[in-house]
Design a protein around this ligand. Structure first.
Ligand code: ANZ
Ligand code: ZN
Length: 878
């Protein structure tokens, strides 16, 4: 056809690909290309289109390059929205989820994404969650899963536990509107802290991760080196442990502060001290920055070195989840402690124990705390006087250690992972509670613990607890009557190990085999949203490291790290029209877009304000990928998405600009038609390259090689996918113009012979194929057919062109040499050489010596001008 019709062409090739296995044999090793699997919400959005386009282009490229590519897709299919749909619309979560998956899979196929569908799975299928449960039991057996009391959001009206997302910003239930309470429940935790040190240290191995993501992980883990110091309590045997990063300030401690949940405070409360009780109650509404405090009047702490007595406070700024929930207060050297002291003990002195090392330390402030670590210990510290902070800390900790009152230690901000959810749509925790045997894991042979069907969506407590038949079981150990655990697992558990499943997606007995996993993991390239920069990646790293430690896989070259290289793609923003008079967001149908560069508000004939913002229903700026593909085809949509921005930047989706891509595809196709018609009309049977190129052929050859080289870099190394589209465009233009010039050439040197033209055209088609697969296949098929070669796919594994400049290097092009504006002589030069090499070569010729030295009259080369593609060199002598 003269014109390619989209999306018909997409459908044509999608079905041919489906019917034909991939051809070719990998020669280069494996490439595991993974994009984060989606939650099956029901519809792909532009963000999905962007990630899957990126991963598909890179997967297709690596196959062409000869890698064994794993490019799988699945569904993160458990979670709250399915349950909400069930509650609100009475649809079975399973039915809702599966129909969403079907729809989204269809949309992905319309995008022409080449996923390995034979490895697809949904985390909500029993074949998958059986293994999630098995891994839970492995963690449990190794001491990495344990039960402890933790608070949950409790809706007192519905008598049910709420997820954080179900509590609004006023602390009310989304459903009943009741004020949500905190209630303590016994729940399951994974011991992430057990691997915190490695999770922190091994960030260093992740050279292919964005620095920003690594630093977010590092901050979340929050490793801190310090000391544990033990204070006494006057008149009691009891001890108070505090964690500090500044033992060097120990002699400046003026008080201790405790969190409300600290055992000592709790005891004072139960002892009936109404003052504390009232304060602790009030504290719930204080912010963490508040410097309020309440002094425990009956108690005094004893300093471990001096034995002096110190007041003890309850204070909201002390976190109950960090260290021991206790702080040694050093007003002189900590900003929070300083403020607290000024507010709660006004008029009292501040004991400075660290002084600046140099008199004009800019950090020193005579009226505030001195928090620098580069000072030294003041004379008031006696034997420690004059030591630097580091030396002082060490000396003090050593002395404490000798006294049994302290030691060096490391602390982490990260907490263990609470995985229990009191929800229905998740993997049931495979545990049975027996009154005689305690906590008993369900034996492997009885997995999966299936989710019961037809759970009533209303009623109190955990949904699973409502099904008495399901709950009551016999104990796997003693066969007495026992009860199932009625919690399900956090969906982050499902997504923390899914990429281990793909290499072996059809093994049914075990989650994954050691051999195949160790061969394929780590993932070579992981692409996904930056919103997963912390939890998902951290939990995944925890699982991968745990698996490596327990011999489930080799751990690979990065000490059990699962993801070698990580790309976080930017957001897609939508074109947003606002009424300049009212500031109202305008619906697309309110704007006349017949001139895409000059939109007009239909009602007022004014120009709307145009901006790009996060897509949302209220701004009427959303784009439906399915619409877009139906209108422009998958190729143009994919190319447009890549072309508009570097992959990590925000992408401003402006459909008006897609015509640029359409024009390119049109030009490419028309050119292929022209060349192949010439091929058919010619009598040539041998299309191999000639021994010697004409000048025009040489130029074209070089352009092709340059573009292959740049594309290889962009798709294989730098992932600068936006640059490839303009390179394809430029090469298309060069080829077309070489062809046109050749048609009217009068001299042999301007001719481009058909075999060379065909070769250049095929290479262009080949290197564009990862981005515009349907168009490339159509062009490729047409090229093969014109030569009478039977069809085979453009995507043959390993068929990416190698860069070959050989022919070019043998032949230099004559360049006219101008000196101060006059043409003097000519030298054969390579255009690729840099200015230095060109100058040296010219100078080395007889003419060069004559004109640039002997006849230069003592003048020197001031400037050298080498205009691209004009075969001239101009020297300016002065
Ligand atoms: C005395 C001191 C003196 C401190 C000084 C700092 C400066 P990072 O670095 O984040 O680990 N701290 C300890 N437990 C706390 C808790 N539960 N809630 C709030 N703060 C707590 O922080 C360690 C520092 O945070 C510790 O060092 C302690 O204050 C405080 F000039 O001890 B420091
Ligand atoms: Zn039992």
């Amino acid at each position: 056809p003269e014109r390619l019709e989209y999306p018909d062409l997409d459908d044509k090739w999608a079905s041919i690909w489906q019917a034909n296995p991939r051809v070719g044999t990998p020669t280069r090793g494996k490439f595991y290309c993974l994009s984060m699997f989606p939650y099956p919400s029901g519809n792909l959005h532009m963000g999905h289109v962007r990630v899957y386009t990126i991963s598909d282009v890179l997967a297709r490229y690596h196959r062409l390059r000869g890698y064994e590519v794993l490019h799988p897709m699945g569904w993160d299919a458990f979670g709250l929205p399915a349950e909400n749909a069930a509650i609100e619309r009475g649809i079975d979560p399973k039915v809702w989820t599966l129909s969403n998956i079907k729809k989204m899979k269809g949309q992905m196929q319309k995008m022409l994404v080449s996923f390995d569908w034979d490895r697809e799975f949904a985390t909500c299928s029993p074949e998958y969650y059986k293994h999630t449960q098995k891994l839970f039991i492995t963690l449990f057996n190794e001491g990495y899963a344990y039960r402890a009391e933790a608070p949950v959001n409790w809706d007192p009206v519905d008598q049910t536990v709420l997820a954080n997302e179900q509590v609004d910003s006023n602390g009310r239930s989304w459903r009943s509107g009741a004020l949500v309470e905190q209630k303590m429940l016994s729940q399951w935790f994974f011991k992430v802290t057990g691997l915190a040190d490695e999770l922190n240290a091994d960030l260093e191995l992740l050279k292919g991760w964005p620095e920003s993501v690594k630093s977010m992980q590092q901050h979340w883990i929050g490793k801190s080196e310090g000391a544990e110091i033990i204070f006494g309590i006057k008149g009691s045997e009891e001890l108070l442990h505090v964690y500090t990063t500044r033992p060097d300030t120990l002699l400046g401690v003026q008080y201790l502060a405790l969190s409300a949940t600290h055992a000592l405070v709790q005891r004072t409360v139960s002892g009936g001290d109404s003052g504390v009780t009232e304060f602790v109650d009030k504290m719930k509404s204080f912010s963490k920055d508040s410097k309020e405090g309440f002094r425990l009047n009956d108690l005094e702490a004893l300093h471990p070195l001096t034995g002096s007595t110190l007041p003890i406070f309850v204070a909201p700024y002390v976190l109950d989840t960090y260290g021991h929930g206790a702080v040694m207060g050093v007003p002189a050297h900590d900003a929070r402690d300083f403020d607290f002291w000024k507010q709660n003990v006004p008029g009292e002195d501040v004991a400075r124990v660290i002084i600046p090392s140099s008199p004009n330390d800019p950090e020193y402030d005579a009226d505030g705390p001195y928090t620098s670590r580069s000072g030294r210990l003041a004379s008031s510290t006696g034997k420690y006087s004059g030591l630097s902070s580091t030396e002082g800390a060490e000396a003090i900790v050593n002395d404490l250690k000798a006294l049994g009152k302290g030691y060096k230690t490391t602390n982490f901000r990260i907490r263990d992972w609470l995985v229990s959810r009191q929800r229905y749509w998740g993997a049931p925790i495979p545990i049975v509670h027996c009154s005689s045997c305690g906590t008993v894991p369900v034996p492997e042979s009885l997995l999966p613990v299936l989710l019961p069907d037809n759970i009533s969506q209303s009623g109190s407590g955990s949904p699973l607890a409502r099904d008495k038949e399901w709950v009551n079981v016999s104990c796997p150990k003693c066969h007495g009557s026992a009860k199932r655990d009625t919690d399900t697992m956090d969906t982050f558990v499902d997504s923390s190990w899914y990429y281990f499943r793909y290499p072996d997606a059809n093994t049914s007995e075990i989650p994954f085999t050691y051999e195949e996993t160790s061969r394929m993991v780590p993932v070579d390239l992981y692409i996904g949203g930056v919103e997963h920069a912390i939890l998902h990646l951290l939990y995944s790293r925890f699982f991968a490291k745990f698996f490596a430690k327990h011999g489930l896989w080799s751990g690979g070259p990065l000490n059990g790290e699962p993801f070698q290289r990580l790309i976080t793609q930017g957001m897609v923003h939508g074109k947003t029209f606002t009424d300049p008079e009212t500031g109202r967001f305008l619906k697309p149908e309110e704007v006349d877009l017949s001139d895409p560069h000059k939109p007009i508000i239909k009602a007022t004939q004014l120009s709307p304000n145009v901006s790009f913002e996060k897509m949302s229903k209220s701004k009427y700026n959303g784009v439906d990928p399915e619409d877009c593909i139906a209108r422009y085809g998958a190729d143009a949509t994919r190319a447009h998405i890549l072309f508009q921005a570097p992959i990590t930047d925000v992408l401003e989706w402006d459909e008006a600009k897609i015509v640029g891509i359409q024009r390119w595809l049109g030009r490419l196709w028309r050119h292929v038609l022209t060349v192949t018609r010439d091929v058919k009309a010619s009598s040539i049977t041998n299309f191999s390259m000639p021994d010697k190129f004409t000048d025009a052929e040489l130029m074209l050859w070089k352009d092709v090689q340059d573009t292959v080289d740049k594309t290889t870099q962009a798709l294989g190394t730098t992932f600068t996918l936006n640059t490839t589209i303009s390179n394809y465009n430029k090469l298309t233009n060069s080829i077309i113009s070489a062809y046109t010039t050749s048609q009217t050439a009068t001299e042999e040197k301007d001719e481009v012979r058909l075999p060379v033209l065909l070769n250049a055209t095929s290479k262009l088609v080949k290197i564009s194929a990862p981005v515009v697969p349907a168009t490339a296949e159509e062009c490729w098929a047409t090229i093969l057919e014109s030569q009478g070669i039977p069809w085979s796919s453009v995507f043959e594994i390993g068929s990416w062109p190698e860069v070959k400049y050989v022919q070019l290097e043998q032949t230099l092009i004559p360049h006219n040499i101008f000196i101060n504006g006059k043409r003097r002589f000519s030298v054969d030069l390579d255009e690729d050489w840099d200015q230095d090499k060109i100058t040296q070569t010219v100078l080395a010729t007889e003419n060069g010596q004559l004109w640039l030295v002997e006849r230069a009259g003592g003048k020197k080369i001031q400037r050298t001008i080498i205009p691209k593609g004009q075969k001239t060199v101009s020297f300016v002598l002065k």
